[in-house]
Design a binder for this molecule. Structure first.
Ligand SMILES: [Zn+2]
Length: 280
């Protein structure tokens, strides 16, 4: 999907096999910047490389033009095809330094964050060639530059990317979707990042990993308010339930999910860890 002449958004669908009976359907967005060279932001899961390559070819470009892949953070649905794309195109991989361990060592990532069927989403680690620190400006084409905004919360080294010439802000997984799986590393940092996004008015197009593009200011405000309200409801509920000792693992997590009427499969160690971050 064309956002501007040079900046395109590609929706990449994938499935997570929770167990032999249950499968959930998700999608993640990748951004493709068609300059003299091509820059990608995020790469979907391990099966996404051929979709990205096809899209580039459909736009009459050669995949060897891919010069750089920026990873918004280390989660499997963002880094899944990075190793394959690097192998085929010899592009550089860029990410925040705090994501280094989980991008360069996916075995460590799955041990610390046990996403179901993890290796069906990403099967290869990839080495980062350059770290992206907060405030860094990268010129990727004559009239396209990227400004890196460190936005911790969803993960320690999550970044948002601002494209000033086109007034586009890409927030990756920083804005929670109402009733979606509570999935963050640090609740307070996530709130701070969300408030920063809300207080910034210098963008007119909001791109995220898990929504269609938002171009209307009112629509953007509603989206941000819903994310914030959801976090506040989670915070209130977690703080009323996570009290004292659990008699069994995930007991409190199960109670929160039940109380909010959210799907059963949200009861898992990743959500439990996110919830425990509210009361630390
Ligand atoms: Zn993520």
């Amino acid at each position: 999907m064309k956002i501007t002449e040079k900046i395109h958004l590609l929706r990449l669908d994938f499935k997570i096999n929770l167990n032999s009976q249950k499968q959930i359907e998700r999608f993640v967005n990748s951004i493709i910047i068609f300059g003299e060279k091509i820059t990608l932001i995020d790469t979907g899961t391990k099966d996404s490389a051929h979709h990205i390559f096809s899209y580039i070819k459909e736009n009459s470009r050669d995949i060897s033009d891919i010069e750089a892949v920026i990873l918004s953070h280390s989660h499997p649905d963002h880094i899944g095809s990075a190793a394959e794309i690097k192998k085929v195109t010899e592009c550089r991989i860029l990410a925040h330094e705090s994501e280094k361990n989980w991008i360069e060592n996916i075995e460590a990532q799955v041990k610390e964050r046990p996403v179901p069927a993890f290796f069906e989403l990403v099967d290869k680690s990839v080495k980062i060639d350059k770290f992206l620190e907060h405030g860094l400006q990268v010129k990727v084409d004559e009239d396209v530059s990227l400004k890196i905004i460190h936005s911790p919360g969803h993960s320690k080294g999550s970044i948002n990317i601002f494209l000033p010439e086109d007034k586009i802000l890409f927030t990756a997984d920083s804005i929670p979707i109402k009733n979606d799986i509570p999935n963050y590393d640090d609740f307070n940092d996530l709130m701070d990042s969300l408030h920063r996004i809300k207080s910034t008015q210098d963008y007119s197009i909001l791109l995220t990993s898990w929504s269609p593009p938002l171009t209307d200011r009112k629509e953007i405000e509603i989206f941000l308010d819903e994310g914030e309200s959801y976090l506040k409801v989670l915070d209130k509920t977690v703080k009323s339930i996570y009290i004292g000792e659990e008699s069994e693992a995930l007991e409190f997590c199960r109670k929160v999910i039940l109380k909010l009427g959210l799907p059963d499969f949200y009861v898992n160690p990743i959500v439990d860890k996110a919830f425990k971050g509210h009361i630390k």
